[in-house]
Structures are given as C-alpha cells and as structure tokens.
Design a protein around this ligand. Structure first.
Ligand code: PMP
Length: 422
C-alpha cells in the first residue's frame, strides 16, 4: 500500500481532524467495491457510512449527474426548477405510503444531514412555540452545534460538547445494559418532566453508538409519550433511510407516524450532497422569514442524482435485498455470541448491522484491538469500520452487494474473530 500510505501522511499533515485511520486512499468505486490508488479492490462494508446504498458509481446515477451538469448544476435558490418539486412530491408520496399518514409532506432543502437536523429543530420550535428538545444519550445527529446538543454524545474526538439548557436526554435502549431498566418509561419521564419539549429526536436504529434499537413496543411507547407531551416526533433517517433497514424508511419497522423526517446521505447514494427535513404540510407555516435558506440546498445536480438514485432503489428492489441479505447475515453471525466470550451481541435489521465486542469483564473492548481487527480485514480485502465511540464493528455494505461475496466476507470476519480470540 505504497501510494495509499504516502497520501495518508499528507492527509495527517495538511488536513485538520484527518479521518485517516486506515491507509486506504480511494480512487474509484464500482458497486460494492472501492478501488484504491494502488489498484487494489476492496469489498466495502461501510457504504461510506450509509451513503452508497445503490453502490459506488451506479451507471444510471453517474449518467444522470453528467447530463445535468452539462445543462445546469446550480440554480439560484429563489428560482424553481423542474427536478426540485418533482423530488419533493415523490418523497411526500413515499412518506405517506410508509407511514400511513393521509396528508402530504413538504420538503425543506439542505445539503448535509446536520443542516437538515437543524432545520427540523427550528421548525419544531417555531411550530410549537417551545424551546426544549428530548434526545438520546450517545445519539449523533450531526456536527453542527444544535445537532450535537440535541444528540447526546458527550465528546467528539476527545472534545467536550458544550452543554445547553434546552436539550435533555433519555438513555438509548441498549438491551445489553438494561439491568431491568424500563427504557420507555425513562423516555416518558424525560418528555414530561421539565419545560415542555418542542420535539423528540430519534433514530429507528441508533447507528453511531453501534446499531442500538428498541423493539416495536418501545418505539410505540415513545410515540405515545411524545403525543402526550405535545412534542413533535422527529425521525432521523439520515443513516437508516432508503432501503438500509429492509424498508424504504427505518421507521416503518416500528409503525411510526413521524411529524418530521430528516433524510440525507443515501438520498443521492452519495453522488452529490443533498438533505431534507420533510415535514407534515401543516407544519410548513412555521417555515418563514430568515433562517431557513440554504444556498446549496437541492441544486439541480443534486435533484438529478436523487431522482436517479430513487429510481435505482425502486427498480432494483434494494430494500427487499437488504432485508434478505440481513437475515442471512444474522443467521451466520449469531453463533459467534456463544462461541466467543469477546462477542457480546450481534444485532441489527437489514443491512444495518453491528457486532459488539467486550473484554473479559464485559466492558467495551478498547480501541486498539478493534483497529487490529479492521486492519486484518483490510489485508484480506474487506473494508469495515467500528463505531466511533463504542466497540461495535459496523456492517453496512451497499445494498447491491453480491450475495456470495457478502457471505464470504462474513465468513472471513468470523474467522478473524476466532483467530484473535486464540
Ligand atoms: N444523523 C445521523 C444519524 C448521522 O449518522 C449523521 C452523520 N454521520 C448525521 C445526522 C449528520 O449528517 P452530515 O454528516 O451529513 O451532516
């Protein structure tokens, strides 16, 4: 990995907060594979953190972006263009179908997940006239200040998140550490004690803490408690949306009826940044005045990418595929829990999966052994990443991954876990 290593050195020198932990200098992509500067193909099990659901460089998405780039890449935000209202209309229809909500949804445009989370929080505040929000400990909803504070990560890269009087948190429903705790009751308590909240912000599966999720009963109880507290239900689908969890949206698993849904990442499968806060139409009255504009929100290039990506999602039935491949994976990986004391849990839904590691005393495994594992996998042509702050190996491949290659990768992972345990 000569060239990759040299590029990683330059990254460390000139890029602030370099994310280079693994010397993989990517040059191109194809389906579920990334190809590095040294010409090596690796099987990607990250999708770039749930971005490339349709696979890297899907030819239909590439063609749509190239065609649109020749026509008009950017438009003044105060003009309309055909693709923008079409994508918004299409997402509204997808959400109504998914949630069983009769009405329509309106899209507030942005470029990144963080920006769309902020937009959702602002809408909720304006619409309810309340300031407070309830979130979950360890949940990550973006790196901008409001999104960081609404989430519950205490530190990012070793730096404390500034605290805020407006945001309070309930524990994420971590079944391994429940100790008889009633997580749903704790959420209700967080909603009903203290200043009345504008909204509760949650994920259908909390990706960043290691794919932690409750069951249907938990999510239904959260929804009921939110309604009781007069708080809007904001679902962050940035990581879980667009087929990842075996449905178009992750919330479909739990039968939820969200007020606002935040989408980003796989909306374009990564071709162009694009994000949205999709709200029930009646909430859109709150969207007026300054503070809701985004220069790079839903530019023609992004809308072309989204249209093509949504076409691929539907035509190739990627949600169904994710469900099938996820079931196969759980079948293969679950025996690891009994076979190795270092494996605490194998969990997830669809192709949103995690293997949680612990040390002998049941505490999270420290970072170095996790990184040894990912390095060993990379040497064998498999790119997987642990959660940034828990010892869970995340398995979130492009939904187009070939079944035999997927199963082969799972076998390699199991083998490496076995070797490391010796
Ligand atoms: N929400 C979730 C669940 C995420 O995983 C992320 C990014 N990892 C974000 C929001 C923020 O998105 P972005 O990085 O595009 O701002």
């Amino acid at each position: 990995d000569g060239i990759s290593r040299r590029l990683a050195d330059r990254d460390r020198r000139f890029v602030a907060r370099p994310t280079t932990r693994i010397p993989l200098a990517v040059r191109s992509g194809e389906g579920a594979h990334l190809i590095d500067e040294d010409g090596r193909r690796v099987l990607d099990l990250t999708s770039g953190w749930n971005v490339a659901n349709a696979g890297w460089n899907h030819p239909r998405i590439v063609a749509a972006v190239v065609e649109q780039a020749k026509e008009l890449a950017f438009a003044p935000p105060w003009c309309t263009h055909d693709a923008r209202s079409r994508v918004a209309e299409r997402l509204s229809g997808m959400l109504s179908t998914a949630s069983g909500v009769d009405g329509e949804f309106k899209a507030l445009s942005g470029a990144t997940g963080s920006e769309a989370v902020e937009a959702a929080l602002k809408v909720a505040r304006r619409a309810t006239g309340r300031q407070a929000t309830v979130g979950f400990t360890e949940a990550y909803h973006g790196g901008t200040l409001g999104a960081l504070q609404a989430g519950g990560v205490p530190q990012v890269q070793g730096v404390d998140v500034p605290t805020s009087q407006f945001h309070r948190h309930a524990p994420i429903p971590d079944m391994l550490r429940a100790n008889g705790r009633d997580y749903a009751a704790l959420v209700r308590e967080a909603l009903l004690s203290g200043p009345p909240p504008a909204a509760i912000l949650l994920e259908p599966a909390f990706t960043n803490p290691g794919v932690i999720h409750g069951d249907r009963e938990f999510y239904q109880a959260v929804q009921a408690a939110a309604r009781e507290a007069g708080a809007l239900l904001i679902i962050d689908e940035v990581g879980t949306g667009f087929g990842r969890m075996g449905h178009t949206f992750g919330f479909e698993h739990w039968g939820l009826q969200p007020d606002i849904v935040v989408v980003a990442k796989a909306l374009t499968s990564g071709a162009v940044p694009m994000a949205g806060a999709l709200m029930r139409s009646e909430l859109a009255d709150a969207v007026s005045g300054p503070g809701f504009s985004s220069t790079f929100g839903w530019v023609p290039l992004a809308c072309a990418a989204a249209t093509a990506s949504l076409d691929v999602l539907e035509d190739e039935q990627l949600a169904l595929r994710a469900r099938h491949l996820g079931e196969l994976a759980l079948e293969r990986l679950r025996p690891l829990v009994d076979a190795h004391s270092s494996i605490a849990a194998v969990r997830g839904i669809g192709l949103e999966l995690g293997i949680e590691f612990t040390d002998e005393s049941g505490d999270p495994l420290p970072r170095p052994p996790m990184e040894t594992l990912t390095r060993r996998l990379l040497q064998r042509g498999i790119f997987a990443e642990p959660s940034a702050y828990t010892s869970t190996l995340l398995l979130m491949p492009p939904l187009v991954i070939d079944e035999a290659e997927w199963l082969g990768a799972l076998d390699t992972i199991a083998e490496q876990i076995g070797e490391m345990a010796e």
